[in-house]
Design a protein around this ligand. Structure first.
Ligand code: CP
Ligand code: NVA
Length: 308
């Protein structure tokens, strides 16, 4: 079954093809209203379930818009309102939904639940974020980088703050798309070691740099994310100030970066924590382009699942 679970599972050729197709679809929509369908409606006659066990703004709206613009229909389901929230198993839920829909996107907690869901579903499954990874986001980020600066191959990405799920998918992408990665964050927030190994085994350089000013100098792309993810316990004010604030992306840090370096954040941002408004709203920030590209790249991901 062609599931879209992690970038590490999918060949580089396929990932590059998904982005190329997303670019074409995006260009073909110029001048169309958001409520109009695409010229090429590849999801015509398809019903897609979007299952959320965690909150979402971008993933929920961009997937639903993607399905509708591609001529399909979307059903948005919240885990807490399903029998899943009352103890029906993940496996049974997957089997049941597979009798009604053609594809399922799921946002959940435990990554193993995603695997279990995909194993028991008879239709393709797309990872809409787990505690461990967020591959759709990083596909939109690669598309965004390449729109602005050309191929990401051989470039250097500096990640600041928490080595979280989005960071893991960036490391998978480093291995798949051939770019280098520098992590700058506190010792207790280091990224997943398996993802670091994956990137290195696939030819990417991965470095750890505890001085953020050293980490930023050679970067073509500067990235951060919330210090506390949805599945994490809230950090104390003391930890935020002492452990995390040194890795904040602010005007001083950006002043040390290359003048043409871009800034990305998957959003939602916690302004004045991991990033200042000066940077978020500044000339190097492409955060809302990343948001928009979720829509375009996810159309392509859905088609890849159904066509493969
Ligand atoms: N970036 C992202 O996935 O945002 P949401 O949590 O709003 O879906
Ligand atoms: N790391 C964040 C990403 C949100 C899109 C989280 O998991 O909450």
């Amino acid at each position: 079954m062609p599931d879209f679970l992690d970038l590490s599972d999918i060949p580089s050729r396929d990932l590059e093809g998904i982005i190329a197709r997303a670019r074409e679809t995006k260009n073909s929509r110029i001048g169309r209203a958001n409520g109009e369908t695409d010229a090429d409606t590849r999801l015509g006659g398809k019903l897609v379930a979007l299952v959320f066990e965690k909150p979402s703004t971008r993933t929920r709206v961009s997937f639903e818009a993607a399905v509708r613009q591609q001529g399909g229909q979307a059903l948005v389901l919240y885990g807490s309102e399903m029998q899943l929230g009352r103890g029906e198993t993940v496996a049974d839920t997957a089997r049941v939904l597979s009798r009604y829909v053609d594809l399922i996107m799921i946002r959940t907690f435990d990554h193993n639940s995603l695997f279990e869901f995909a194993e028991h579903a008879d239709v393709p499954v797309v990872n809409g974020l787990t505690n461990k990874s967020h591959p759709c986001q990083i596909m939109a980020d690669i598309m965004t980088y390449e729109e602005k600066r050309g191929s990401i191959r051989g470039r250097s990405i500096a990640w600041f703050g928490s080595g979280n799920n989005v960071c893991t998918s960036f490391l998978h992408a480093a291995g798949r798309f051939g770019f280098d990665f520098v992590f700058s964050g506190p010792v207790e927030m280091q990224p997943c070691s398996e993802a670091v190994d994956f990137a290195r085994e696939n030819g990417a350089s991965v470095q750890f740099e505890f001085d953020p000013y050293s980490a930023v100098v050679d970067a073509d792309l500067i990235v951060t994310d919330a210090w506390t993810s949805m599945h994490d316990a809230e950090l104390s004010e003391k930890d935020k100030l002492q452990k995390m604030l040194p890795f904040q992306v602010n005007g001083d840090l950006m002043a040390k970066a290359k003048p043409d370096a871009l800034f990305m954040h998957c959003l939602p941002a916690h302004r004045e924590e991991e990033v200042t408004s000066e940077v978020m709203d500044g000339p190097q920030s492409v955060v809302f382009d990343e948001t928009e590209n979720r829509l375009h790249v996810q159309k392509s991901i859905l088609s890849w699942c159904l066509d493969s």
